[in-house]
Design a protein around this ligand. Structure first.
Ligand code: SAM
Length: 306
């Protein structure tokens, strides 16, 4: 059955799935296969995958956020949802006696449900406690990062994850502030920095600042590398891995992995080559960006196991 955009909206209106048609159409090569949605979120991609699969198909989904699991609206015998980090993908499949799968999708980052909830502390637009944990059971939050990480650790976070050339200056400000008073809210953090120039420039600076802390809190880069390695071992020949990323660091890791069979930290996968389905990265159309501005930074890459 063809997926219609309006179908999804009728069911679930808070979170719009990004690059939906492009990702699902490229992901599914066998309608009776086993598929993984590693990032269930609001369930939009899962719902669309199930619509494409036949009766014999199976979909296994993960999310580390228990709010996302609670909101699950999909009731389907072919669907199995786990409250877990996708780093455990192999263990979960082993426990269910599954050796190989036909396709894996990961739509990285945050859902709108997470961004818009002030309690979660992800947004730099709302004044809220600095939290940023995707998994509410984790004991490491943005407050721990800002108030407890060493000078060197903070430098690495802003230099590596935020790609800030002036990371040292950012760290100095944080160290000075936290010496006087604990940094606990997003406003505490925003008030530390005066950014010269346009509104756009300020917006970009704070987006990168918050994103780099979030990456650290959720260990996103190391987990993505590990996930790609594990996925490459469980995908069957001809099966596809689709990754939607939202910043250049994730996209670079994915690109290298599919193109050259290597992770940036130089683990060589000579015997596990992928073929890129599209030479160029897939970006949202202008129509999609107008409908859903949060999709603007999304980048989709698809690798097929050769
Ligand atoms: C962009 S949203 C996914 C949206 C989803 N595709 C949809 O259509 O609604 C990303 C989701 O992945 C989850 N997530 C991110 N990293 C994860 C990880 N390592 N393990 C499990 N879930 C993760 C987040 O909690 C969030 O709910």
């Amino acid at each position: 059955m063809e997926f219609q955009h309006s179908d999804y909206h009728n069911i679930y209106s808070h979170h719009e799935p990004v690059l939906l048609k492009e990702s699902i159409e490229n992901l599914i090569t066998d309608q009776n296969g086993i598929y993984i949605d590693a990032t269930f979120g609001g369930g939009g991609h899962s719902y669309a995958i199930l619509r494409k699969l036949n009766k014999g198909g199976t979909l296994i989904a993960f999310d580390q956020d228990k709010e996302s699991i609670k909101r699950n609206f999909i009731k389907d015998k072919r669907f199995h949802l786990f409250h877990n980090n996708f780093i455990h993908i192999r263990d979960i499949l082993n426990q269910n006696n599954i050796k190989k799968v036909s396709g894996i999708l990961a739509d990285l980052g945050l859902s709108s449900l997470q961004i818009d909830d002030p309690e979660r502390g992800f947004s730099n637009q709302l004044n809220c406690p600095l939290d940023m944990r995707m998994n509410q059971e984790s004991s490491y939050s943005a407050q721990n990062v800002l108030n407890e990480c060493s000078k060197k650790e903070l430098f690495n976070i802003f230099y590596e994850y935020g790609e800030f050339k002036n990371a040292r200056k950012i760290v100095e400000k944080i160290l000075k502030k936290r010496f006087q008073k604990k940094i606990t809210t997003s406003l505490d953090l925003i008030n530390l920095f005066f950014i010269h120039g346009s509104f756009k420039r300020r917006k970009r600076f704070f987006a990168r600042l918050f994103q780099s802390i979030r990456i650290e809190v959720n260990n996103e880069i190391n987990i993505l590398k590990d996930f790609l390695l594990k996925s490459s071992k469980i995908i069957r020949k001809g099966g596809r891995i689709a990754i939607i990323s939202y910043h250049s660091l994730e996209d670079r890791i994915t690109k290298y992995f599919f193109k050259k069979g290597i992770l940036i930290n130089k683990i060589n996968l000579k015997n596990l080559p992928f073929r890129m389905i599209h030479k160029k990265v897939i970006k949202p159309s202008l129509q999609e960006i107008i409908r859903n501005p949060r999709s603007r930074s999304a980048r989709l890459r698809i690798g097929e196991k050769a």
